[in-house]
Structures are given as structure tokens and as C-alpha cells.
Design a protein around this ligand. Sequence first.
Ligand code: CA
Length: 233
Amino acid sequence: MRLLLVEDDRMIGESLRSALRLEGYAVDWVRDVAAAKATLSTERFDAVLLDLGLPPGGPKDSGDEGGLGVLRELRSREDTTPVIVLTARDALGDRVKGLDAGADDYLVKPFELDELCARLRAVMRRHGGRAQPVLSHGGVTLDPSTRQVTRDGVPVLLSAREFAVLEALMQRPGALLSRAQLEDRLYGWGEEIESNAVSVYIHQLRRKLGAGFIGNMRGVGYFVGPAPGDGSA
Ligand code: CA
């Protein structure tokens, strides 16, 4: 899962980014309206965490709405990426404006990381249109809420990054995900990508879930479920 964090407060931003990375999210962090708009117009994210009180970071007229302007611009392009607005305790009007402008949810600062993670899972689940939150395939189940994985009913212990790779693959059975797409789910900007990391996680997952559980097309990518391009499946 790749997140964009838009937050100008350095302490909040740093602590959120490291906490979310520990949870297995790839987190990119920008600090002003101009950077947020530029990033969202060129990159795809699974969800956005958006502070409302933000400096413009560019021409004044592009930033006087703060985070709300970022949200409005996103929605005006019919971009439905889930957005959770982060607001100050006393800013009731901001929350209402945020929801009216197309936010999926909001959190009042300060909040617990557990609550943020639960809301992230909920908005992404709604966004994906999956009524059944537990992913299941070939005897393996993955519950995004509890982060539990079982194989034939027996719990399997995965690291945060193994879990992230497996979740990406199980969300779209039969879809081929390239190494670069999987790296995107694992790493934020500026994080050093360990060479061969994806192969290592795939190797660990096969060891834990069965050698045949994750397929690969050499040089193209990895998949779970029916082989991509197999029309008979
Ligand atoms: Ca702020």
C-alpha cells in the first residue's frame, strides 16, 4: 500500500511516516499545497492523508485554500483516491468542509495510530468495493484488519513487508504485478531499495505458503491465482 502524507508539521510528519512504515506502508511525504498538487497529478496512491492547514509552497493564489484546495483539485479530475483529512480539535467547520469537498473520512489530532490504520483499511476496503474484507485463495486467507494470514486454517507469521507483498498479490488474483510495482508498494521516496528485496520476500512467502502459491512469469512479474493471459481460467 502506497500512501501520500501531506503534513507541514515536521514532528507529526516524521512520526507518522515512521510509524506507518513499520506497519508495512510505503509512505511519501510532502509539506505544502504546491507539492501535494504536483505529486497527486503525476503519481498514483492507494490513499492520501491530508492535513488542512498547509502553506502554499508556490504562488500565493494556488494555496490559499490549504489542504481543501488540494482535495478539490483532486476531485475535480474525478480522481477517487481515498482521502482521510487530518484536522485540529477545534476545527469543526473544517471537517464539514473537508467531507463536503470529497474526503472519505477525517481524524482529529492528536489521534492513535491504531485508529488511523483502522480507518485506512476501511476507506480502502470501501474504495475497492469488496464487501468481504478477508482475502482468500488456494487455502490461504489474509485478513487486512487483523493482519492475520492462515494456510489451511493454521496461522502463518509474516513480516510487515512480506504481508505487504502478499496483500498486493491477493487483492487482484490473476493479475501480474511487476517487480517495480511491488517495490512501489514497499518503499516510499528516499527509502533505499534493497536490490533483490522483492525476490527475497517472494522466496520467504513461498517457503511459508507453499512453493506453488505465487507464480511468476520470468522477467515480467508475479501473480497469485490463475496464470495471467490464460483465457480458459
Ligand atoms: Ca498544518
